[in-house]
Design a protein around this ligand. Structure first.
Ligand SMILES: Nc1ncnc2c1ncn2[C@@H]1O[C@H](COP(=O)(O)OP(=O)(O)OP(=O)(O)O)[C@@H](O)[C@H]1O
Length: 285
């Protein structure tokens, strides 16, 4: 089953974008990693970002999320340019996961999600030290919300497990739960299925649809073509830092330039794309 609905995509196009990248360029010395890229994400859509290794996807992601200040161009979130400060970006409503899992390995699953929630609490250092009523009330709310998010991502029953003891696919879902704890409007997922088995990948797909159905916009970087074309409303393909094509999954996957960019690794050979050297590296990380 495909998620793509042409009427839905047309409707999305009539709305104000939640995220808009305008002519974003990122240079590292003489290397142009991202070259004049325009990109729009609308509320409630799933947007895919694909491209061969080294195409500039992660660098572009880092520009979108304020980790990098673009060399030129700008990124607007909800109509404003955000300061390149992670806490401000998160508070504005943008959350992300990384290519390599970044959990607090020795904390429980519940504690990991609670950490994500603290950007939405207001108890100051003094109230926290004396553990006053406001702190205790917020702590109870944070715990309840974290527990609900664990259930939402399908991790109920793991609340007290240490993050490092969870299976790989569960760790990835835990990262998503932690990102959701910040109450984002936009969730950015950097290779959410890297290293997953087919069953975990299917579960990840269902989870992302569920997140979209809550009204969030989602941007996904992936190498797994079958996953991305089944999941996304629209897809942008980057090649050597430039936007090669943006369109519906059907438009993108049938464009011969995309297949050529992957040196023959079209959708029909996506298993090969999943098992290339890049993914082995991710699994070892
Ligand atoms: N911090 C950096 N300093 C210098 N060059 C960088 C830096 N980060 C990325 N690059 C270079 O920018 C280019 C784009 O890299 P990037 O990681 O964004 O690509 P990607 O599409 O995410 O690749 P992959 O699919 O392998 O993760 C590459 O040539 C890379 O070597």
């Amino acid at each position: 089953m495909t998620a793509v609905d042409t009427d839905r995509v047309a409707e999305l196009d009539r709305r104000e974008p939640l995220l808009a990248a305008e002519q974003v360029t990122m240079r590292f010395g003489g290397l142009v990693a991202v070259d004049s890229v325009d990109f729009r994400v609308y509320p409630g859509e799933i947007m895919g970002l694909i491209g061969p290794n080294g195409a500039g996807k992660t660098t572009f992601f880092n520009c979108l999320t304020g980790l990098y200040l673009p060399t030129s161009g700008r990124v607007l979130f909800d109509g404003s340019v955000l300061p390149p400060k992670p806490r401000r970006v998160v508070k504005a409503g943008m959350a992300r996961t990384f290519q390599n899992i970044r959990l607090f390995a020795n904390m429980t699953a519940l504690e990991n999600v609670m950490v994500g929630r603290y950007c939405r609490t207001s108890a100051g250092p003094f109230t926290s030290i004396i553990r006053g009523p406001k702190f205790r009330r917020e702590e109870a709310e944070t715990r309840a919300r974290a527990q609900a998010l664990l259930e939402f991502v399908g991790l109920d029953g793991t609340a007290e497990s240490l993050a490092r003891n969870l299976p790989y696919g569960d760790q990835r879902r835990l990262e998503i739960a932690r990102a959701l704890a910040t109450d984002p409007k936009l969730l950015l997922l950097d290779e959410p299925t890297a290293g997953m088995n087919p069953q975990e990948t299917r579960q990840a797909e269902e989870l992302i649809f569920k997140i979209r159905d809550q009204g969030l916009a989602v941007v996904v970087i992936e190498h797994d073509m079958r996953f991305i074309f089944n999941l996304c409303d629209r897809v942008l393909c980057l090649v050597q830092g430039k936007a090669l094509i943006e369109g519906t999954p059907h438009e993108v996957q049938s464009d011969p330039r995309v297949i050529e960019a992957y040196i023959g690794k079209g959708p029909e050979t996506d298993e090969a794309a999943q098992t290339d050297g890049h993914h082995d590296e991710q699994q070892e990380a």
